[in-house]
Design a protein around this ligand. Structure first.
Ligand SMILES: Cc1ncc(COP(=O)(O)O)c(C=O)c1O
Length: 372
């Protein structure tokens, strides 16, 4: 049941998603299977519209944003494109509450590129890294810092302006993983100005998997030489002269072979919906519903892992529960209430299709399950 859907940290839903997705995929099938030459015009123009929608969401200037398969791939593309001396012998900084996939990638690249990976630890018993601890580790030998705007296991939101101001003062390249907040909380790549941004479309934007993005500020792009390059990395993909490869001057240099446009096409209806939606109203609804969940958690005596102040949290409320979490999640599912858990942490993220009545149903059921 849509009214009690709490999985926006995983997959977002909006009214009409199934119908829109079916139409987009049907239209694609008809174009792709038609006995004419209309395919590439259709695919590439839809991909361009996807890029423009994303540029609108994060205020990315033209020529600074492209498509990727995943957040992890976006990070890989950026790190392997930097001139090797940028990172070699220096430090890359990340928090212990980063998305684990990014950390798996960074530990491997540390070996290959020759940087030291510093992971800012949790305090005793904490589930997110405190901003002040991150800042304390952010020393001038830090070539690059990857910030996680909103954590996927606590919904802790960092103080981005303070972090970026510090990063600028020590001269690091600053990247932000905005996956858990993008589309719900306002984000602007130019204020405070960050060097690169990575995300994907399937959470608050309600798109599909495979629809990742990489934004790179123009002055960083001009220094980058992506390793995975190909005909689409050029200004003119049809330059097939083997001796005159030249990177495109802008973000297109991060493209390589024929772009996989499917995820962009499938996600575009969701991004179109999002572009027309009332973002203030969506956020206000989320704030009202998360406040109610926090109140109910307090009444049940549950300990929150999400910070209480609105300014310090993303769109989720996460809390420790004692009975085996998978059983609680399954029991809620049986009642048509969609949640999930990581370890003993129950994750609840209400979005546009979640109703206040659905939130009440969740609170009542959870209370009964935890007492029973
Ligand atoms: C903070 C964060 N980063 C990244 C991802 C996804 O990364 P990828 O697209 O590489 O699977 C998630 C997914 O939950 C996330 O919460």
């Amino acid at each position: 049941m849509e009214d009690a859907y709490f999985l926006y940290h995983s997959i977002g839903l909006y009214p009409g998603k199934a119908t829109d997705l079916t139409s987009a995929m049907t239209a694609f099938s008809q174009v792709w299977a038609a006995p004419n030459d209309a395919q590439w015009g259709y695919l590439l123009s839809h991909r361009a519209r996807f890029i423009d929608r994303w540029r609108g969401i994060i205020h990315a200037p033209e020529g600074t944003l492209t498509t990727t398969d995943s957040v992890t791939q976006s990070l890989h593309m950026l790190l392997t494109a930097l001139p090797p001396e940028t990172l070699r012998g220096r430090r890359v900084l990340v928090g212990a509450d980063c998305f684990p996939s990014n950390h798996f990638l960074l530990t491997k690249l540390a070996e290959r590129i020759g940087f030291t990976l510093t992971t800012v630890p949790f305090r005793q018993g904490a589930a997110h890294v405190e901003d002040e601890d991150f800042l304390a580790h952010w020393t001038p030998d830090t070539a690059l810092a990857l910030l996680t705007w909103v954590s996927s296991t606590t919904s802790h939101r960092i103080d981005l302006p303070a972090m970026v101001a510090h990063g600028r003062s020590v001269g690091s390249i600053i990247g932000v993983d905005i996956t858990q907040g993008a589309g719900l909380l306002p984000f602007d790549v130019t204020a405070p100005a960050v060097d690169f941004t990575i995300s994907t479309s399937l959470k608050w934007m309600c798109g599909t998997p495979g629809a990742g993005i990489l934004h790179v500020a123009a002055n960083l792009t001009s220094r980058c030489q992506p390793e995975l390059r190909g005909w689409f990395s050029q200004e003119n993909p049809f330059n097939w002269n083997l001796d005159t490869f030249e990177y495109a001057p802008d973000i297109r240099r991060f493209d390589n072979g024929t772009p996989g446009c499917m995820a962009a096409i499938a996600s575009l209806p969701a991004l179109d919906w999002h572009a027309k939606a009332d973002h203030g109203a969506i956020l206000a609804q989320n704030r009202r519903q998360t406040a109610r969940i926090i109140e109910a958690a307090d009444d049940m005596g549950l300990s929150l892992v999400t910070p209480r102040p609105e300014a310090k949290r993303g769109g989720s409320v996460m809390m420790k529960i004692t009975p085996p979490a998978p059983q609680i999640v399954a029991a809620l599912r049986d009642q048509g209430i969609s949640t999930d858990a990581r370890g003993q942490t129950l994750r609840l993220s209400p979005g546009i299709v979640t109703t206040d009545a659905g939130v009440e149903r969740l609170c009542t059921s959870l209370n009964q399950l935890l007492r029973g």
